[in-house]
Design a protein around this ligand. Sequence first.
Ligand code: AMP
Length: 274
Amino acid sequence: MQDVVLELRQRGIRVGVVPTMGALHEGHLSLVRASRECCDRTIVTIFVNPTQFGPGEDFQKYPRTLESDLEAIRGCGADIAFVPSHEEMYPSGFSTYVEPPSVGARWEGECRPGHFRGVATVVLKLFQAIPAHVALFGRKDYQQCRVIQEMVRDLNVPVEVRVCPTVRESDGLAMSSRNRYLDPRDRQRALSLYRCLSTAMEAVAGGQRDGRLVVEAMHRTLRDGNVDRIDYAALVEPETLQPAGHLSRDVVAIVAAFVGTTRLIDNAAIHVPE
Ligand code: AMP
C-alpha cells in the first residue's frame, strides 16, 4: 500500500484517504465524493478496529458487509479499497499505542475508556500505510475529528485533515452503521437525539445564554423521547470540548444516548451571535 501511494505521489498525483469501519452508508460515500473533488485518487479503508471497542461493546456483532461496501465505493468512483486483515494491522506482539490528546479526555473518552487510544492508534497506522495528501472524516464524530486534528498537529503527521458535514436521514437522524440495529420502534425513539440538538439550537436562537438551562432542556427532550440511557448531553467549546457556561461565542451541542441496546451519538454547531 505504501509503495502504491508513494509512487502516485512521485507522479504528482494527489491522494485522498477515507478511513472507515465498513457497513457503508451515504455518510461514508459523501466523504468519498469530497475526496474526489480535492484529490486525483481516493483510497477507502475498511477495517473494524478491535482496539477502539471496549469489553461488552459491539465489536463481535458490528455489521460486516464487505461485498456491498466494495460495490458502493466502486459506484461512487473510489479508486482503491484497503481492507487489511487483523494480523496485518496488529501482528502478534503488537504493543505500541498512541496516547490520545486531552480533547479526548471527556465525553466519549469517559463513557468509552480506551476508545480514543484505539482510534488514534489505528488512524496513525493507516496514515503510515497510506501517506495520502488529504484525509477525510465526518463531523458526525465531532470529538473524534478533534482528537485526530490534535494528534496530527502534535505528532507532525504530514496530512491535511478535512472535516465534512454530517449526512442525515430525511427526518434528521444522523446516518450511522449502528442505525441498522434499530427496530422500527427504536428508530422512532432514536430521533430524540436530533430533537435534543434542535432544542439547544432553538433555545440559543431564542436568546437563552445560560448554558446550564440549555443543557437541562436538552436532557428533558431526551427523557421525553424515552431514550433508555443518557450518556451525556452538553454544550461545549468547539476547540477544547470543555463545557460552555455563559454562552458568549459559538458552541457545539453534543449528545450520546442508548436506544435499546444501541448507543448513538450526534452533535450540532450552534452559532451564538455577539
Ligand atoms: P465509521 O465507519 O463509523 O468509523 O465512520 C467512518 C467515517 O465516516 C468517520 O470519519 C465518520 O465520522 C464518518 N461518518 C459516519 N457517519 C457519518 C455521517 N452520517 N455523515 C458524515 N460522515 C459520517
